[in-house]
Design a protein around this ligand. Sequence first.
Ligand code: CMP
Length: 143
Amino acid sequence: MQKTFIMVKPDGVQRGLIGEIVRRFESKGLQLVGAKLMNVSRELAEQHYAEHSEKPFFGELVDFITSGPVFAMVWQGNDAIAISRLMMGKTKPVDAAPGTIRGDYALSVTNNIIHGSDSPENAEREISLWFTAGDVLSFEKTI
Ligand code: CMP
């Protein structure tokens, strides 16, 4: 069982796509084990995107992710990281296939609706950055 960090970005929240995104993940069979609607401080945004700190688009990325509330989530399931990334679609709009979240809803590489961890190491790092241990639940489906 694997956990991954998924975030609906400010554009996804403002376009009313939280429900559609949660529906897709639930329909796939992944299990929601943590969620919160929150504003993002510049400090948290800079830590989250630390690996992009030397990139020319870093400032734009931090400005965007702090521009309005995001919906941060933890999902779990078999191969949750790879499955989520397939469902999200590629980062660049021209490469994101129809049927994926970005392929269906995004036209911009910055305003691209959703973020998902890209490796087990980053999933662990991002979950512990965005959530305290007590806010990520562990429960078995009983019905
Ligand atoms: P995300 O999956 O959140 O992780 C890093 C983000 O950087 C990515 O989504 C994009 O929103 C953003 N990004 C990647 N490449 C570029 C680029 N060339 N110009 C602007 N933003 C980018």
